[in-house]
Ligand binder design. Sequence first.
Ligand SMILES: [Zn+2]
Length: 198
Amino acid sequence: MIFVLFVDATAHTPQTSLSSISCKSQSISGRCSTGRHVDRNKRAQQKFRKRLLKKYPSCIATGETETELLRAAHIAPLEKCELFKREDHYSEKNGVILRNDLENDYDRHMWIFDPSGKVTVLFQRWIHRNTIASVNLPSNGTGPANDLIALHNNLAFEAVKHHCPHCWKYVGEVNRDDHERGSCEAIDNIGEDDDLLE
Ligand SMILES: [Zn+2]
């Protein structure tokens, strides 16, 4: 008996953001030769958003209701899906609705919230630092899971160390001083009274 192994030449083409999710349970090494994983992730994301929009008809931080601007934010990020249970990846327990700019900033760890809804700003020059102090979470226990919020927040505290406190660019630990001394574009604009994270 002869076994023939077909190798798909497209297996190593550059990945889109959706297919680059490096989740063992969704696609080994995050690569996908067939597009099935990409489609599956897209569908899962669409359903995730739909379910969350029923639960949170507006942005939990700003009250924005314009559906086009609303995004389903993952609390525990899918890039770190090996750190939490597979059934939670697209679970309502792992999501909230945020306006697109706030979702982006949340993913970039500029700000976090705790299970009570209290907001902590990690990037001290975040544009909303003086206007958003809390988010609206359901008080009846149907909101995001505490352990997933804790996971997100721990990742965020870790991420702070790798970002320039002035411009929030990812600089890594080694290059941060060089970046601050040399190439940080925000640093010229810093006033003496700026209360920056250290
Ligand atoms: Zn910088």
